[in-house]
Design a protein around this ligand. Structure first.
Ligand code: GLA
Length: 394
């Protein structure tokens, strides 16, 4: 059964009525620009075909009921209890809800703060997803954005996509408790078929950049290593803190305000480790802009070197790669990829490879062989066709 049909069926079975509509939002892959979003910098993600679907219907009694295929049991709360569940700066004795439900309930909470407490009457919501979980493909942003767009229509909030992305990110940061930037939510809401979106994470301006993959005879392939490291959240937090420290010492608002010409000064003023973290962010911002320029002038075939440089910078300067990820990048290159790099937050997750269309099977086989030779569990591969962002389906 498709995720859309699953959401509709779950709604009808759980709530005994038909949903008013079905909305969906995709997972994402980042083509380039890693750990730049929370430094006010640039990213270039695109939306995946895999989506999370939300079936929704308004209620008149000020209550919200939510159910998902992740967990058969519905969760029910009153809208005016949401502030107790997710106080902006959490308290130790707050009531708790099942972990998965913090995503949809957190979005409802953030939207009510954005639109005003009288904006909503109540809600029934059923969620189903085919975005792989834990692969660094933003299954969480897909849930948040599917719910955000469903609630915006159901409650007639009239918020634009950037405001919905901001609310979805607030849910991730303050309800779920993950200290991420805004890339994943913006990608899920702004994605366009066949294109990536250049995001300026300071102004929140998005520019659609056509990838013209077919014209270049290329395909994008995701190699999911299946590795999720327990310290991923801690490592992310530490990297973020190092960037903030660097910006403070160098007296800029954010690392976005530095260019490669500032690096010699940074090397003099920072300790060696903080300098490496800063150098990654500064050079990565430049690589995003260079990638966009290369895509426009030379086409997708001309960005391979930039993808490889990005990977080396994450591995050596930001130190967020792991052996499985490096093995996947090397195997893809040996099998004829034009470029490859880790994508997402790091410490495991997936690699994105840009591959001649006729070599996709070779890359897949080479990764499987290299993983087996190193004693790693086999990676999973998916064809990453840049797809449409969030919308109403029915
Ligand atoms: C995760 C976060 C994003 C971004 C990336 C790294 O995916 O959710 O906000 O910081 O890591 O680029």
């Amino acid at each position: 059964m498709s995720a859309s049909a699953a959401a509709r069926t779950l709604f009808t079975e759980a709530f005994g009525s038909r949903p008013a509509g079905i909305w969906s939002a995709p997972g994402r892959v980042n083509l380039i620009g890693e750990h730049t979003d929370y430094n006010d910098g640039f990213v270039l993600p695109f939306a995946l075909p895999q989506r999370t679907h939300a079936a929704a219907g308004a209620r008149g009694d000020g209550r919200i009921r939510v159910i998902s295929t992740f967990d058969g049991a519905p969760v029910e709360v009153a809208l005016d209890e949401l502030d107790d569940l997710f106080p902006a700066h959490g308290t130790a004795d707050r009531p708790t809800v099942p972990a998965w439900s913090a995503y949809p309930l957190g979005v409802a909470w953030a939207l009510l703060h954005a639109a005003g407490p009288d904006a909503a009457s109540g809600l029934d919501l059923a969620i189903a997803s085919d975005v792989p979980i834990g692969a660094g493909l933003s299954s969480s942003a897909a849930i948040e954005c599917a719910v955000a767009i469903a609630l915006n229509d159901t409650w007639d909030l009239g918020l634009d996509r950037v405001a919905l992305a901001a609310a979805a990110r607030t849910a991730e940061n303050d309800a779920v408790g993950a200290p991420t930037g805004i890339m994943d939510q913006m990608a899920s809401l702004l994605g366009q078929p066949g294109a990536a979106v250049l995001l300026d994470c300071r102004s929140l301006e998005g520019t659609v950049v056509d990838l013209r993959l077919a014209e270049a005879g290329l395909a994008l392939v995701v190699l999911d290593t299946g590795v999720t490291h327990a310290h991923a959240t801690g490592g992310y937090r530490e990297r973020r803190a190092a960037c903030e420290r660097g910006a403070q010492v160098l007296r800029v608002r954010a690392l976005r305000d530095l260019t490669v010409a500032d690096l010699p000064r940074a090397a003099r003023q920072l300790d060696a480790e903080t300098y490496r973290r800063v150098r990654h962010v500064v050079t990565e911002n430049q690589r995003v802009l260079d990638t966009v320029r290369s895509l426009r002038t030379g086409g997708a075939g001309s960005i391979g070197e930039l993808l490889l440089e990005s990977h080396a910078s994450m591995r050596d300067d930001f130190e967020i790669s792991v052996p499985e990820v490096d093995t996947a990048v090397e195997a893809a290159m040996t099998a004829g990829a034009v470029g490859a790099r880790m994508t997402g937050g790091g410490f495991g997750g997936a690699v994105i490879a840009l591959v001649p269309s006729g070599r996709v099977d070779d890359v897949q086989d080479a990764a499987a062989t290299a993983f087996a030779a190193s004693g790693f569990a086999p990676p999973t591969t998916l064809r990453a066709e840049p797809s449409a962002g969030a919308g109403r389906d029915a």
